[in-house]
Design a protein around this ligand. Sequence first.
Ligand code: HEM
Length: 535
Amino acid sequence: MYSGIALAALACAVLLLWYRILGRRSTIQDIIGPPSPSWIFGHLLQLMLSPGYGDYEFKWLKAHGPVYRLKVCFGQDRLMVADPLALQYIFNSPHFALSPILQNMVRLVFGDGALLGLRGTVYIYFGLLADNVIGQTHKRLRNEFNMAFTIAAVRNYHPIFQKVAQAITQGLEASATPLINVVPLLATATLSSIAEAALSYSMDDLEKEFIAANAQIMRVAPTILLNPTIHKGFRAAASNQSAGQIFFADALMRHLPSWLLRAAIYLPTETFKIARRAQYLANQLVGGEDIFGMLLNLDRTDTTRNGLTGEEVITQTAIIMIAGQEATTNTIAFGLLELAKNTDFQELLRAEIQSMLGAAGDSIQYDKMPLLNAFIKETLRFYPAEPSTERMALHDTVIPLSQSITTSTGEKVTQIPIRKGELVIAGIASYQRLEWRWGDDAHEFRPSRWLEGSVSKGEAAGPYANLLTFLGGPHTCLGWRFAVLEMQVLVSELVGKFSFALPENDPVRVRVANTLQPTMLDGQKGVPLLVTRLL
Ligand code: HEM
């Protein structure tokens, strides 16, 4: 009987949602887009379950340009945006916030006060509540944590990056076979560097259990963090990802209240057990004399600051460890894969690295290495860790466009009105494939474009090289300088000493599982390469 009542209640909730959602006229219905293959799923399955990364998305980009309309569940419209001016507006404007689903999911994994989740809004049942307190908290936390990520602070981490780079070298040398999956070595190195640089913990100090738990959370986070909205192609996040789950997520889940989703952390499932344990272990890291001590302002050397509370610092630990490790590891792994495909460029890059290392020793000036930086920029352009994200309008607003588009009524428009509560997809990967911005061969991996001036300057988008890989606006990646220097040091060490070649079976696929993941033929994450020591 109870299950009958529960079903009836669920049916009522669904009907109410339909009424609320479908009863509203979309402001973007005159924007042209690809024909929808299904009323129930819209384009979601093409976008999320496509066999190759960007199969449909990049085709739509070519056909419709940087702004077009997609359909999601029940024939609802959603705007896809890859226009630089529009993206700049969406990321910087106070009229947009993270979509409620991702916000809830971040909170679920990382706790209530996580930087990523503090988006200036909370989603309450069928309405939105702008909450300035949350916005201000985010600003304060960022200001405090930024002390560890300024240009000067990051420069000081150089010896740590060198140390972890040498640890990778030892790992590669210790391998009994030339075919090596480089991902686990990179993952340990990037975790070590954050633990040591940002949190003042050497990997030897870290509890083995913490390392294991971090590795586990890294494995499950994409599954928990499945952003069940249009942009997060979670096709391969779990091989059992089904059309039904996509439907549930897009049609219903984003309308569930935050408290209900957050309560899920207490469910007795394996995944949530890991998440709870990782949060607990992160709490154990709090010390007094390290960066935490500085953030807490324990010694009160700076009387202008109150410092953060212990709880605030603790909450960010897991997120910094994970945010810092996962994206850097995958980006370097994709880069090495591209070098293995393009041995001519690999040799040129090696020559530059060896000549700089030979001349400068430890005082190497990475920013003065054109090929190295062109390679890093191209890797970040081609493999954005977060290929798309979603934002929700907090108020009625108007998105400006850098180029006019023609609507289905024949009208040329240079701006698009969006109504409060509507979601838009920020197509980061699509933006980074715009031909008029990056060159006619934008779909090719070609580092030399950065040296030829074929990359147009245009509106400043993100913090680095006009890329949005580190996002833009108030939620720009806190660790982008850290990541760039770490990549410069690690790539110089590895490419300077080893050559990388592709095994015969071309064993890596790119998949989207919340973030962009290099995946082996057996579905596991990894980049197996033939590695030979040269020096
Ligand atoms: C190649 C490496 C990296 C990439 C591509 C990357 C990318 C990103 C992106 C796209 C975001 C925004 C996420 C969103 O709001 O949807 C972000 C946020 C963040 N990243 Fe990174 N990241 C990298 C490395 C790092 C490192 C090394 C650290 C720290 C050591 C770090 C710490 C953070 C933090 C704390 C945030 C949250 C910022 C906020 O919401 O205010 N990231 N990152």
